[in-house]
Design a protein around this ligand. Sequence first.
Ligand SMILES: NC(=O)c1ccc[n+]([C@@H]2O[C@H](COP(=O)([O-])OP(=O)(O)OC[C@H]3O[C@@H](n4cnc5c(N)ncnc54)[C@H](O)[C@@H]3O)[C@@H](O)[C@H]2O)c1
Length: 313
Amino acid sequence: MDIRKVAVIGCGMVGSTTAFALMESGLFTDMLLIDVNRDRAVGEAMDLSHCLPFTRPVEIRAGDYKDISDCGIIIITAGVGQKQGETRMDCIHNNVKVFKSIVPQIVKYNTDAFILVVSNPVDVLSYVTYKLSGLPAQKVFGSGTVLDSARLKFLVGRRLNVDPRSVHAFVIGEHGDSELAVWSSANVSGIELDKYCAHCGYVSHAENRKKLADDVKNSAYEIIARKGATYYGIAAATTRICESIVRDEHSIMPVSTLVNGHYGLNDVYISVPSLIGAHGVEDIIDIHLSPEEADALIDSAATLKHAIKEIGM
Ligand SMILES: NC(=O)c1ccc[n+]([C@@H]2O[C@H](COP(=O)([O-])OP(=O)(O)OC[C@H]3O[C@@H](n4cnc5c(N)ncnc54)[C@H](O)[C@@H]3O)[C@@H](O)[C@H]2O)c1
């Protein structure tokens, strides 16, 4: 297994945009593209390769599962996306079927790689991948609420006229309608969020928080209504997760991971702050939650467990 070799399975809007972001990152020496529509994968590999005179070297090619054997990271973006008016959960039956065709093929050729799930519903499909692959949970995880947290940081930063990279805040739980923003520990460069807001002249904290959290939750719906799909944000989030693995950064990000014994949860893939390094999800970090946030996380996990039960896993 070579950590500098990455595979992207599913070369639609999310897969191809992710491949572009990965290519630009310079993290990898080789990138393999796989799609049930072989022409799509070949076309994307050709188009991406034409960027190489302008970017850093990486060998990009379309291939098959047998070519996956030495990949270090395998990213799954295959399956249908939510259509206008649908929730992520509405994709569940179709995408479970897709994963039942993909995951056995992966582990037939490679049981050493990290599998990073992006397709929705990402928490359920991460659990499905963990079960079908038989790999350790540390090696199988989903992009989770890394994107939602980025959306929150962006919106808070814009509202307060501060760089979103100086905003520290997590969205945790399901990547979907039951997710929650953890306001109790949100801060701007170590300054409690409410204090920073007051400094900027904002006083209606509860009202503003609700609006911001709703805007994060509704981002995908808003974008899909306008352009049919979301892909740049998730491509950047996925690349950032890969970066933390390849460079062994130990960055803390809310990926969707198997939680057993943290936050009162058991046997569920859900997003909580996790330490990401060369060994994958190396630790789960127990951050302080208010009693309301703790309850909301348990409710979110119940939604996911219900979905898992419904698909018979
Ligand atoms: N986790 C996130 O934050 C996030 C964000 C955006 C989109 N998504 C999800 O990513 C997924 C892909 O979205 P999209 O907009 O790229 O969809 P898309 O329809 O543009 O692309 C899906 C691709 O998957 C391929 N595919 C289907 N079945 C396959 C199989 N069995 N094997 C290999 N390839 C297969 C299709 O041929 C297509 O190229 C959706 O589930 C979407 O909801 C996740």
